[in-house]
Write a protein that binds this ligand. Structure first.
Ligand code: SF4
Length: 318
């Protein structure tokens, strides 16, 4: 009989996860929202890499994109505004065996969560951070966010924002111990997928800014770049984000950029000619990782732990 051995023990069949094993509730983002594309990419990646759903965690803060954990059939944590990254670091500190994704938005990460973002890059724990940047607070109905471009109108700046917008890539590249910094767009599925894949493969904090369309409030912002690929610059290198030649050919502007060259990565990130660079700005697999330290003691048994706690408490005896 199928599945039974001669001694009546059940044969263990190899486990194969299909896409549906990663698909959670029906996504309730607006039609055409770029978040759908990111969700599909993460679900496909999880299926392709056969990530065990029970060993995968998606952590988010607050915002449209932060509904992400509900739409994955994995573990998830829909946290407080701006606090997704420290929650993910906390999980990583005691669970080196999990695959951890953080999904955050430009309001969540670059405003209220800024301090956590900066220090998480410095800690370089092994997590994949996806910043879905639509240049606006979408969930709370169109307020100026830190990445909103100057002169763009919003409910808080009806005559146009007068702030200089923040460039999340330049900021991240300016933080000591950054180890993986990339940019992609929601409307190019192969590039989006390969970027998230490379980010997941990297051991350390991978920071990926995804330019994300919000057809409800900021439909015009990335529309031209979506239509005209000359408004994008594809960074290419064998150590960077590798897309098939057929995809690369569609980009008129390309540059050879070695991702170990931090200064060149910073220069490309800070160019202000209206062209969006996509690809890998910087990678340093040797950067120190804080989770190498926080995993201390994970192999201790209960009595060794009690002994260690008592020893630590004894130090404070007066
Ligand atoms: Fe997406 Fe914008 Fe709708 Fe939010 S408001 S779900 S970001 S399209």
């Amino acid at each position: 009989m199928y599945g039974l051995k001669k001694d009546w023990a059940m044969e263990k069949r190899p486990r194969v996860c299909v896409l549906e094993d990663y698909v959670g509730r029906e996504a309730r983002w607006c039609p055409g929202c770029g978040d759908h594309a990111v969700l599909s990419s993460v679900q496909r990646l999880a299926r392709d890499l056969q990530l065990p759903p029970e060993k995968t965690v998606v952590v988010s803060g607050i915002g449209c994109s932060s509904r992400f954990p509900h739409y994955m059939k994995t573990y998830g944590f829909h946290g407080l505004h701006g606090r997704a990254i420290p929650v993910a670091c906390g999980i990583r500190s005691r669970r080196p065996d999990l695959d951890i994704f953080v999904v955050t938005g430009d309001g969540d990460c670059c405003a209220i969560g800024t301090a956590h973002w900066i220090h998480a890059i410095r800690y370089n724990m092994n997590i994949t951070v996806l910043l879905l940047d639509n240049n606006i607070y979408g969930l709370t109905k169109a307020q100026t966010s830190p990445t909103t471009k100057r002169t763009e109108r919003s409910n808080t700046h009806p005559r146009g924002s007068f702030f200089v917008s923040l460039n999340p890539i330049s900021v991240t590249l300016g933080i000591d111990n950054a180890s993986f910094v990339a940019q992609t767009v929601d409307w190019n599925p192969p590039h989006l997928y390969e970027t998230i894949k490379a980010a997941h493969e990297h051991k350390g904090t991978s920071f990926v800014r995804i330019l994300q369309r919000c057809p409800h409030y900021t439909s015009h912002i990335f529309a031209e770049a979506q239509r005209d690929s000359s408004l994008m610059l594809l960074m290419r290198h064998p150590e960077g984000i590798n897309v098939p030649d057929a995809v690369a050919k569609t980009f008129k502007n390309q540059v050879e950029h070695d991702p170990s060259n931090l200064n060149e990565g910073r220069e490309i990130a800070s160019q202000s000619n209206g062209v969006y660079p996509i690809g890998l700005f910087y990678k340093n697999p040797q950067a120190e990782r804080y989770d190498d330290f926080t995993s201390y003691g994970l192999d201790m048994g209960p009595s060794a732990k009690i002994e260690a706690v008592n020893e630590a408490l004894d130090r404070f005896m007066v």
